[in-house]
Design a protein around this ligand. Sequence first.
Ligand SMILES: NC(=O)c1ccc[n+]([C@@H]2O[C@H](COP(=O)([O-])OP(=O)(O)OC[C@H]3O[C@@H](n4cnc5c(N)ncnc54)[C@H](OP(=O)(O)O)[C@@H]3O)[C@@H](O)[C@H]2O)c1
Length: 332
Amino acid sequence: MEFRHLGRSGLKVSEISYGNWLTHGSQVEEEAAKQCVQAALDEGVTTFDTADVYAGTKAEEVLGRALKGVRRESLEIFTKVYWPTGPGQNDRGLSRKHITESIHGSLRRLQTDYVDLYQAHRFDYETPLEETLKTFDDLVRQGKVLYVGVSEWSADQIAQALKIADEMGFDRIVSSQPQYSMLWRVIEAEVVPLCEREGIGQIVWSPIAQGVLTGKYLPGQQPPEGSRATDPSGSGMIARFMNDDVLSRVQELKPIAAGLGLSMAQLAVAWVLQNPNVSSAIIGASRPEQVRDNVKAAGVKLDAEVLKRIDDVLGSVVERDPGKTASPAKRP
Ligand SMILES: NC(=O)c1ccc[n+]([C@@H]2O[C@H](COP(=O)([O-])OP(=O)(O)OC[C@H]3O[C@@H](n4cnc5c(N)ncnc54)[C@H](OP(=O)(O)O)[C@@H]3O)[C@@H](O)[C@H]2O)c1
């Protein structure tokens, strides 16, 4: 495994991290979840990403159990807050009340005294930014949270937060967690340039576009049995890539991967890691073999000619609109 700094912070993270959205506590049984975590640890992954909302809070519990007994200092555990975790009007968003209650729940479920990174899962238009940032800062001072980050915030929103943090002396955001893959490049125009200037690292999600970039979904055919596209909780988000234009172009990436001696998943993960502003690629997996396959992308270098061939194959199906980085106008 290779390691990178999380933005300009002193924290080092494994350049491939393991995330448990849709899998732990939901799509896969506990034993498979534990095997995936063990495979990640065996391959040198030290960074694990989850969220309070995943599987209605069960994902954090599963991860907490799977990591039990591992030396805490050898791990970087990341979680998030914003999406609803209960039925109440305050069980969501980034108010002082919800953040404070949510971190306590996360620490209990993860069986740890602190998380290494606490992320605002989306921007909350209903809470003053000062209130959110002050609460995060308090958690840092209490030692419950070591670093603070955001997810799917636009460049403007990140810039506003940095300004307030600098004026008020609050802890600064060190990371941004956006969707990023060969197919989804919406951060490149605005978020990445700002973050490069400000020392913020990207921890990117769905680097293989939820499985699409493995090439296992064939145009004009039903998705393979047991894959995410057939899972009721996962099929909604993957739907944007499940059309014949995208799926046929992805098939054309196969000779490029084969020519480099890489699997398709490794090519996809290696692709996001070529961006120097990326601190880590968060991979998901429903089985341990996938973890073992995908982590081999660590340290792989792709030259300019390969990157151009990928761009030529994917052409107009690549999404680049920075406006696609968005948070709900009202709390869900
Ligand atoms: N901040 C956010 O808003 C946000 C949103 C989404 C995700 N995330 C984070 O990012 C993490 C990763 O997201 P993701 O799971 O969508 O990432 P991903 O790595 O793009 O997709 C993972 C899925 O692809 C399939 N897959 C993986 N490797 C494969 C292989 N070698 N061969 C065939 N299929 C393979 C598996 O699904 P099947 O086997 O079921 O097909 C696996 O669960 C999440 O766990 C979470 O921590 C964050």
